[in-house]
Design a protein around this ligand. Structure first.
Ligand SMILES: *[C@@H]1O[C@H](CO)[C@@H](O)[C@H](O)[C@H]1NC(C)=O
Length: 313
């Protein structure tokens, strides 16, 4: 009888160890999903399909990986701010074109869309440091262009893209004017516990309790919560109330720089009251209006100055 019970215990222990082992081994496959099941890695459409004016841009990341991007222009002479768009973890930039078209029209801006390594037409395999370097290559490209207003560069990151954008803003305080984060997370360490609650005791970000013995095995922690306080630019947070990342956004809020909190406070009521539904690929008109105010630039001084007092919220 005793032998029977220990067999079961060993069995359960073995299954747990194997599941955790598989999670550790295949974590990149869970975090980075450039090919959504049923879809191809390649772009289903190009911006031309939506009658957008664009340029294919080929870049080299610092370790030589070849990257693809689309520079989508508002007009041939590229007036207005330029938004650097960082996508979430699944699918590719072509799947975000519909939303980008709305941004272009409503915000009167250009949009630069980067395919991270391993995504879309870019070479390589995704990794945290690799993608951080890729985003730097994208910014360096924009900085050396002569056809855009470089004093009006705004980073827009959604979910994983928010983590990418936060690091890029921290590393480039003088080159980027502002940061917009939409439904992003504090860190992958916290996300693991949100998606798989049994992991909560083994993995967690700087806010969480428990032994967190598995943290060291996470190769892409993307700990925005530990970086956002060093971001000097104004930050706008957009989140859906029903999104599972909502409470993680609230943590980011409390860690943001003073300026971010000052501006964030203005948007807090909006965030709490106006968002009664999950944000998806369509940005509600209200968010568009606020983003529009946020990226407004003082023409006289040509200096970036988000005018939160005009947001009327
Ligand atoms: C990223 O860039 C840094 C600094 O240039 C370099 O040391 C590192 O090897 C690069 N890593 C990857 C994965 O590209």
């Amino acid at each position: 009888m005793e032998g029977y019970w220990s067999l079961i215990l060993y069995g359960i222990g073995g299954i747990l160890a194997t599941s955790v082992g598989l999670l550790v081994a295949f974590q990149e496959k869970l975090i980075y999903v450039p090919v959504v099941p049923g879809l191809t890695k390649s772009y289903p459409i190009t911006p031309a399909r939506l009658r957008l004016l664009y340029e294919d841009v080929w870049l080299r990341s610092s370790d030589g990986v070849r990257l693809h991007a689309w520079f989508i222009k508002l007009a041939p002479d590229c007036r207005g701010p330029t938004i650097v768009f960082f996508q979430e973890n699944a699918g590719n930039i072509a799947h975000r074109l519909e939303m980008v078209r709305i941004m272009l029209q409503r915000l009167q801006c250009n949009v630069f869309m980067l395919s991270y390594r391993g995504y879309g037409a870019s070479d390589g395999f995704p990794s945290q440091q690799g993608i951080i370097n890729d985003s730097q290559a994208a910014l360096d490209h924009l900085i050396q262009r002569t056809d855009i207003d470089k004093s009006r560069l705004v980073v827009f990151g959604r979910s994983l893209g928010g983590a990418v954008g936060t690091v890029l803003c921290k590393n480039n305080p003088d080159k980027i004017g502002a940061l917009i984060l939409e439904n992003t997370f504090t860190s992958i360490l916290d996300m693991a516990g949100v998606l798989l609650p049994f992991l909560r005791y083994f993995i967690g970000g700087s806010n969480s309790k428990g032994p967190k013995v598995l943290n060291r095995f996470v190769r892409s922690p993307w700990s925005t919560i530990d970086v956002v306080g060093q971001v000097k630019q104004p930050i706008l947070l957009l989140s859906g109330l029903r999104d599972e990342m909502n409470f993680l956004m609230a943590c980011i809020w409390t860690r943001g720089s003073l300026e971010a909190i000052a501006i964030g406070e203005r948007y807090n009521s909006f965030w709490k009251k106006m968002y009664q539904r999950k944000m998806n690929d369509e940005i509600p008109a209200r968010a568009i209006a606020i983003v529009s105010v946020f990226i407004h630039v003082d023409q006289a001084g040509n200096k970036f100055s988000p005018r939160s007092e005009d947001a009327n919220i």
